[in-house]
Structure formats: C-alpha cells, structure tokens
Design a protein around this ligand. Structure first.
Ligand code: SF4
Length: 386
C-alpha cells in the first residue's frame, strides 16, 4: 500500500513541546501553496513515481487546517491528476486524511474538507483539560475539542481519530478523565503518544533550567497501561504501539504503509519520501523550500539504504505492531534473519517473554506483547543486524 504525505508547515501557535517543522508566520501560506502546486508537477515530471499506484493521501504538519478549503482542494486535485490512484485519474484515494486542530473545526470548514476530498479527520485534541492545554500552549479549550468531534460526526465524518498525549504534569485522575471522555465520543480511532522533552523547544529549555521536570518512567507506564486497558474495555483494538482502532476498517491505512515498508511520496518542507531503497528529505525551511522550487530544483537530500538498513527498519516498525514480524520473510527479502544472527539475544528475549510467537496469514510471526511495548524499541534494537 503506497501513500502520499503532504507536510503543511504552518501553525497558529507554537506548542511548547513541539519540534516538528512549522512556522507561525501565516503570511507565507500563499507562496507555500503556489510552491506546493509546482512541486507536485515537478515530482510528476520526474517520472520516478509513474509506476506507483497510491492508495492513501495524508495531509499532516504543522496544521493543515490553517489552509483555506479552496487551497486544500487545489492541492488535492493537483495530486489526483498528477499521480496514479486505484480509482483512476481525478478520483479520490481509498483513504484521505487531514490533520485538523479543534479551533479550526466548524460547519463551514467541515464542508470544505469534505468537498476537497477528505474522508478521515485526525483531530489534535491532546487533552480535554484547559490547564493542560494552556501548559502545552495549545490554542483550543477542552470544550472546543469536544465540540470539534461532535460537529465532525454530525457533518457525516465517520472516520475520526483523536490525538492524545500522556505524561503531562497532571493527576492520574485527570488523565483517566481525558481517556474516558475520548472513548465516549463518536470516534473510530485514537493515536496516543508520550510527551517527550525535545532540547530545542520551550519545554526543553524549561527542563534544562529546572523549571519543569520530566515525568518518571513508572508514571508514563501507568498512563500508558491505563489507556491500553480502557481502550480494550471500550472495544478498541490496539493494533500498533501508539494506535487503537474501533474495527479493522478503522485502522489508519496510510500509517500502515510506513510500517510495511511500501514506497511513499513526501511533499512539502520537512517531508520524507521513500522509493527503491532511497529515502529523501525535503528541506525543513519554508523560505529555502519556496525559493528552490521556484528556481526549478527539488530541495531534497537523499540517502541510499542498504539491505541491512532495510531489514532493521522493517523489523523495528513491524515489532511496533500487533501483527509482528515474519522473520523468514525478512531473510527472503533482505538476506538477513536477525533472529539467527543475534541468536543469544533472541533466545533470551523469547525465554523472558519479551517476544512471543503468533500465527497470522498461515505463517509464524513474532511480536512484542502489549505490556512490553513501552520498551519495544530497545528490544528491537538489541536484534539489529550490525
Ligand atoms: S499544532 Fe501540532 S505541529 Fe503545530 S506546534 Fe502544535 S504540536 Fe506542533
């Protein structure tokens, strides 16, 4: 399953914890949209993607909902006519997601997103508590977050995901209320990430000065296990370390393509793309992006991944999923079987229950049990082929 990711590098305010690429200078939006339309043509004309059939479209950022619906429509139409998708030229993708922030959700914007071709919303809720939202420097209130989900549902969106953050300086009772509130809403998907302290952010500076402290691991674990447990009781399937879906059809198809190692096209400053063992990154600077595109040059840097890199990457992302990894297939595809190469580590992990066998598609897969997902990356990196 291949997908197209568009990075919209603008936000209304800078959240204190965020180190994604974005700018709050919204006066640059028009030039960005013009450059994006050119980038789409340039990638099409490069011919590199002509034999790829893209099944999903994902607008992320940044905050795509700061763009007018008319600009979003232009971008989507341009993508639709430039690249192949399963329903033919100028048709919608099988899944088209837009990330939106609660303060941008209203009856008009919802109509506009629908008209632009989006059938799935990922709403940046993060918390329903005003004090936490303020602490993060989010622009919306808890009430606005609730209203956003309800309006979206009433407008006919039946694929709604909400983003939540755990590890905030809040009581366990407040975290429980956020989770329970989210689960009571008309949504079919939740993404939930731990707050991480990034050095080049307001939060990072505050932690360095001792004004804020990082949440201890034991508390992070309790918050994580709380949502795991509550989501399960509410009928959500925990299909990836940070993602829960109400039904199999509610799973984020677009993200699944990253986890499966399929090619994906990235557009916009700060985006990444991947094709034929080559990964490229588009420059993370709006000004450089626009000037480079306007002078007819794609502002990419790229690296070629070896079979060993690909094997490690596919294993790492696969072990973040409930399905797990078919190690025999890894060997067939990339020439390495980390389980055989790191047999001492492998046997120790199997013995301790950090990795367990499961049957899927008539094959034996190996996965990390849910309770150990928080330490999953270190389990996977122990098995890296070096
Ligand atoms: S809205 Fe999202 S991308 Fe923008 S600053 Fe906040 S967390 Fe970062």
């Amino acid at each position: 399953m291949s997908g197209i990711y568009v990075h919209v590098p603008f936000c209304r305010t800078a959240c204190h914890y965020c180190d994604f690429h974005f700018s709050t200078a919204l006066s640059g939006v028009d030039s960005f949209v013009q450059a994006m339309l050119k980038e789409i043509e340039m990638r099409r004309d490069s011919g590199v993607w002509k034999d790829v059939c893209f099944e999903t479209l994902y607008l992320g950022g940044g905050t795509p909902s700061v763009l007018d619906a008319s600009d979003l429509k232009l971008i989507v139409e341009s993508i639709n006519s430039a690249f192949r998708n399963p329903l033919g030229q100028n048709a919608v993708f099988l899944e088209s997601t837009i990330e939106v922030n609660p303060e941008d959700v209203n009856v008009e914007s919802l109509k506009g997103w629908r008209a632009a071709g989006f059938d799935r919303l990922s709403i940046g809720v993060q918390s329903f508590h005003d004090s936490q939202l303020k602490w993060m420097n989010r622009k919306h209130s808890g009430k606005e977050a609730l209203r956003a989900v309800e309006l979206a549902s009433r407008a006919g969106f039946n694929r709604i995901s909400v983003d939540l953050i755990y590890g905030l300086p809040q009581s366990e009772g407040d975290w429980a209320k956020t989770v329970e509130t989210a689960l009571s809403l008309p949504i079919d998907h939740i993404s939930c990430y731990a707050l991480t302290v990034e050095p080049r952010t307001v939060l990072g500076a505050r932690v360095k000065k001792g004004i804020e402290v990082e949440m201890p691991d034991e508390r992070l674990e309790r918050d994580y296990l709380f949502i795991c447990d509550s989501a399960k009781k509410a009928g959500f399937d925990h299909y990836e370390v940070s993602n829960w879906a109400k039904t199999e059809k509610s799973r984020a198809v677009h993200n699944s393509s990253y986890w499966s190692g399929a090619p994906y096209l990235g557009l916009g400053p700060g985006a990444h793309g991947f094709r034929s063992n080559e990964r490229y990154s588009v420059v993370s600077n709006n000004h450089l992006y626009i000037s480079s595109i306007n002078s007819g040059k794609l502002p990419d840097t790229s690296e070629v991944l070896s079979k060993r890199d690909r094997c490690n990457e596919v294993m790492m992302t696969g072990l973040r999923t409930a399905k797990g990894v078919d190690f025999e297939l890894l060997e067939k595809k990339w020439g390495y079987n980390p389980a055989k190469i790191n047999s001492t580590q492998w046997n120790a992990r199997l013995k301790s229950g950090d990795i367990i066998p499961v049957r899927a598609d008539n094959e034996i897969y190996f996965r990390i049990p849910e309770k150990k997902w928080l330490i999953g990356d270190s389990i996977a990196s122990d098995l890296f082929v070096t």
